[in-house]
Design a protein around this ligand. Structure first.
Ligand code: SAM
Length: 250
């Protein structure tokens, strides 16, 4: 998985250009105002190309993003801004000389942690780096929805002025471990010379039930304040692929 985002990072922003990061930043701002209004210092786990951090800075927050992919961090650092910083780090194993009011982990980053040790280490690390009553806000794949809807093959095609990208996703479902291995085949065509490059990516994703997150929270020094569908705020159900959890440090 360490190499996963190497090539992927170059096409990441194009693949997700329709994702409404502004609406997500506003949503997070609203959650922070509701559950810990005095918060300013944010730690973002798996910060990718930095979109949330920049938008949150415009809303008055200071963010340090931790991201395993050096390529993603390089893209994130292309537009430096006050109160926004990124560091190449593994969220399962980091040590910072700073504590934060809120930790965020967005767009299913926690679902990339498929084994219990990685999850427990990450949650404990986050807990250690939070101020009193600090929040941990993250979204994960929701087991009832994954089991009910069952992931299928999907394709996505996008183009900008430089490249044309086609991505086929073929899921392999491991029901015994709550993991869906998403195998991507990505073809990138350079529009200048018509040259095509095809490569594969494998993203094992774990999905979680509410009691599982409650147990994880309990074991790592958190309480679950609330859970809802990410962005829409609807109650979680078999229709809810991404559930947002708001945890508080005990
Ligand atoms: C789907 S992307 C989400 C990126 C960003 N949060 C966003 O919303 O655009 C998942 C990110 O998690 C990062 N990631 C996965 N496992 C990680 C780990 N153990 N430590 C640090 N980053 C990790 C990946 O490199 C990738 O950038």
């Amino acid at each position: 998985m360490s190499q996963n985002f190497k090539l992927y990072s170059q096409y990441y922003d194009l693949l997700y250009r329709d994702k409404n990061y502004q609406a997500e930043a506003n949503y997070l701002h609203q959650l922070i105002k509701q559950y810990r209004p005095q918060s300013t210092e944010l730690l973002e786990l798996g910060s990718g190309t930095g979109k949330h951090a920049y938008l949150l800075a415009k809303l008055g927050y200071h963010t340090l993003g931790l991201e395993r992919s050096a390529e993603m961090v390089e893209i994130a650092n292309k537009t430096p801004m006050e109160h926004v910083a990124f560091k190449v780090a593994d969220i399962t194993d980091f040590q910072l000389n700073k504590s934060f009011d809120v930790a965020l982990s967005l767009f299913h980053v926690i679902s990339y942690l498929t084994d219990n040790d990685s999850l427990i280490n990450t949650f404990k690390n986050v807990n250690r780096h939070l101020n009193q009553d600090g929040l941990f806000i993250f979204d994960v794949w929701h087991s009832p929805a994954v089991n009910f809807q069952v992931p299928e093959k999907r394709s996505k095609t996008l183009q900008d002025e430089h490249i044309h990208v086609t991505r086929h996703a073929a899921p392999v479902i491991d029901r015994e471990h709550n993991i869906v291995e998403v195998n991507y085949e990505i073809t990138v065509e350079d529009l200048k010379n018509g040259q095509k490059t095809t490569f594969g990516e494998n993203h094992p994703m774990r999905h979680f039930s509410k009691p599982e997150i409650e147990l994880l929270a309990y074991a790592t020094g958190f309480e679950v304040l609330h859970a809802e569908e990410f962005l829409s705020k609807a109650p979680s159900s078999v229709e809810t692929w991404g559930v947002c959890y708001i945890l508080r440090k005990k």
